[in-house]
Design a protein around this ligand. Structure first.
Ligand code: G4P
Length: 279
């Protein structure tokens, strides 16, 4: 068993609630499907982070989806905002109402794939600017116990919980979001997948940002080329530098200058799984 999984399995015995931090722009893809098995049906709090970047209507769909699952609650937040972050303390007490007080303190394990905002959230909750521990392979991260109140302990997961990509679409969405290292994917391929989704679901955002008409009717390749041309990503005269165009499209999505976008709905994610588009 992977070291992180082993550490979670070991720690879980004395945990009351498991918080899984998800990226609100791709909740299904940023989850680690192994976590449910590892956490042995403990009450779960799904925290949809980066809600400020996500499509609010779709965040509502995901919250309803998770809140309908047994033993599960879901909240959405922006990890840098203190008041919403504190809502997770209340949600934990609702999930494990028998805990609290000095004799039976609440013990919460917080998990999430790299870059989902765990350090930011912990810093916001503690009001400290703690140094971020290494998240590169081979860097041992010591388990931290963080006391948020006299009767509330937050345990940071030791090691790194890598995303477990079980459908191809998740790989593309993780790459577009920045959760996957730059060297691990082909930017043009990721940009074409991203544009394919955006032209269907958010054509008006593409048209407004890049000042192009009829985005929905274009092929993905035409769209990428049009973006490159509009943004002056040219090489050797009038030829579009598709690599540069891909970087622009991905950057504009990631930084939310395109607008608030969510790359999957609960229904779509379930369909991808059912269609067996596995890697
Ligand atoms: P991690 O510990 O889970 O690996 O993630 P970390 O907190 O380091 O956050 C990863 C990136 O996501 C950081 O940006 C952080 O600022 C950003 N982030 C975290 N939570 C939120 C959120 O709720 N909303 C938004 N918009 N961004 C969030 P970065 O560019 O890598 O670093 P920096 O610019 O903050 O220095």
């Amino acid at each position: 068993m992977h070291l992180t999984q082993k550490a979670i399995a070991e720690r879980i015995k004395n945990i009351d609630v498991v918080i899984e931090l998800l990226d609100a722009r791709l909740p299904g893809s940023s989850a680690n499907p192994m976590l449910a098995t590892l956490t042995q049906g403990k009450p779960a709090l799904k925290v949809l982070n980066k809600q400020d970047l996500a499509d609010p209507e779709r965040t509502a769909l995901w919250l309803a989806h998770y809140n309908a699952l047994p033993g599960t609650r879901a909240i959405s937040l922006d990890a840098s905002m203190a008041a919403p972050a504190k809502a997770l303390i209340k949600a934990c007490f609702e999930l494990a109402p028998n805990r609290g007080g000095m004799v039976k303190p609440m013990r919460v394990l917080i998990c999430g794939i790299p870059n989902v905002g765990k350090s930011t959230l912990i810093n916001t909750l503690t009001g400290k600017r703690a140094a971020k521990t290494g998240d590169e392979a081979g860097v041992t991260k010591v388990e931290q116990r963080i006391s948020l109140a006299d009767d509330f302990y937050l345990y940071d997961t030791p090691g790194v919980l890598w995303p477990r990509i079980i459908v191809a679409k998740s790989g593309y969405n993780l790459a577009a979001s920045g959760a996957v290292g730059r060297n691990a994917f082909d930017e043009q391929e990721v940009a074409l997948e991203l544009l394919d989704y955006l032209k269907t679901h958010y054509p008006q955002l593409l048209e407004a940002r890049f000042k192009i008409d009829g985005a929905a009717a274009m092929s993905d390749e035409q769209l990428l080329e049009a973006i490159g041309r509009k943004r002056g990503a040219l090489q050797g005269g009038q030829k579009v530098n598709l690599q540069k165009a891909a970087e622009i499209a991905i950057y504009d999505f990631r930084s939310s200058v395109l607008g608030r976008i969510t790359l999957e709905t609960p229904k779509e994610f379930a369909q991808w799984l059912a269609a067996g588009q596995t890697l």
